[in-house]
Design a protein around this ligand. Structure first.
Ligand code: ATP
Ligand code: MG
Length: 304
């Protein structure tokens, strides 16, 4: 079967990456391999991937497949002594600087928020440092940013400490802090996996809204293919440090080319696909009127 513009990376896929960077490309990764210090094992092996500007790319894979390693490599945040081979060609003159050109949101907001600083101080810090604003201007910008991530009573929350907020609110604050310097790229590394389903959907909707409004490139890392299929333009599937398959979301979901992708979809579609992927709006009234269609029985409905 012909796969259109889709790259299924093997030798042929890699060869197509030799042409010059297109204006729409944020960066192109060539034959990237990464090993952490003290290990011979490659956390990433021979990755070839093009990332488009202003689009939403989902990186999907099971635990240990190398998703965070790719994110850290793009942000130049690998630990000292890590070994990289291959190269990343950026459309911009210089690679992005984390915190300034590239914002990072982590799975656990407690890891990125400082417990002894107020919310206002931590969101303002990025704007002060990277936009060179005065402290009072940075605090004003922080409050605007907290409004934009829909924190209720932003003015009051500015003076609160992280432990005074809910998990979902802390993640909103972490997103505000990541965006404070107005980066062109946002990497969200499993930003919703520590949250319950409802808050998860709200955070995804928020990221989607912010990325569209700010014309940002989003790299969204998840192990949840259904969640990714909801809003990503493109999907890249990783397994054991290798890129298994990449392409436009709809193509990968509807016509997976690799057996591993097929198995991911098969295991997921039975469980959660009806409420999560794009068909949800059409399915919603049927669910509402079907008494047996609760969470426990959603799987029996089947994906279509
Ligand atoms: N700092 C480190 N030192 C040594 N090995 C590491 C380090 N960080 C990650 N690894 C290893 O690199 C491989 C890829 O890890 P990575 O964190 O990129 O996976 P992941 O896909 O993000 O997994 P998860 O879904 O659990 O976050 C794994 O084998 C992991 O054990
Ligand atoms: Mg990870």
């Amino acid at each position: 079967m012909k796969m259109g513009k889709r790259h299924v990376f093997g030798d042929a896929g890699q060869a197509t990456l030799q042409s010059p960077l297109k204006p729409a490309e944020l960066c192109r990764i060539h034959n990237l391999s990464v090993s952490y210090p003290g290990t011979r094992q490659k956390a990433l092996a021979d990755i070839g991937l093009s990332i488009e500007k202003g689009r939403r790319l989902a990186i999907i894979g099971e635990s240990g497949s190398g998703k965070s390693t790719l994110a850290k490599t793009l942000a130049s945040l690998l630990p000292r002594g890590s070994k990289t081979e291959g190269r990343i060609v950026w459309g911009a003159e210089t690679p992005p600087i984390a915190g300034k050109d590239l914002g990072f949101v982590f799975q656990d907001p407690s890891a990125s928020l400082n417990p002894v600083l107020t919310i206002g101080e931590q969101v303002a810090e990025g704007a002060r440092r990277h936009l060179r604003l005065s402290w009072s201007a940075a605090l004003e910008a922080a409050q605007v940013m907290l409004d934009r991530v829909h924190i209720p009573n932003a003015g009051q929350t500015m003076r609160a400490y992280p432990h005074q907020l809910s998990g979902g609110q802390r993640q909103r604050v972490a997103i505000a802090a990541a965006l404070a310097a107005r980066p062109g790229i946002l990497i969200a590394d499993e930003p919703t996996s520590a949250l319950d389903m409802v808050v998860q959907a709200e955070i995804v909707a928020l990221l989607d809204e912010l990325v569209r409004a700010g014309d940002m490139t989003l790299i969204f890392i998840t192990h949840d293919i259904a969640l990714a299929s909801e809003f990503a333009d493109r999907i890249a599937i990783f397994r054991a440090g290798r890129l298994v398959e990449t392409g436009p979301t709809r193509d990968v979901i509807d016509r997976p080319a690799d057996d591993y992708t097929k198995s991911l979809l098969a295991s997921h579609l039975d469980l959660v696909s009806p409420p999560l992927i794009a068909r949800a709006p059409a399915a919603a009234p049927a669910f509402a009127s079907a008494p047996a269609a609760g969470t426990a029985s959603a799987g029996k409905e089947g994906p279509r």
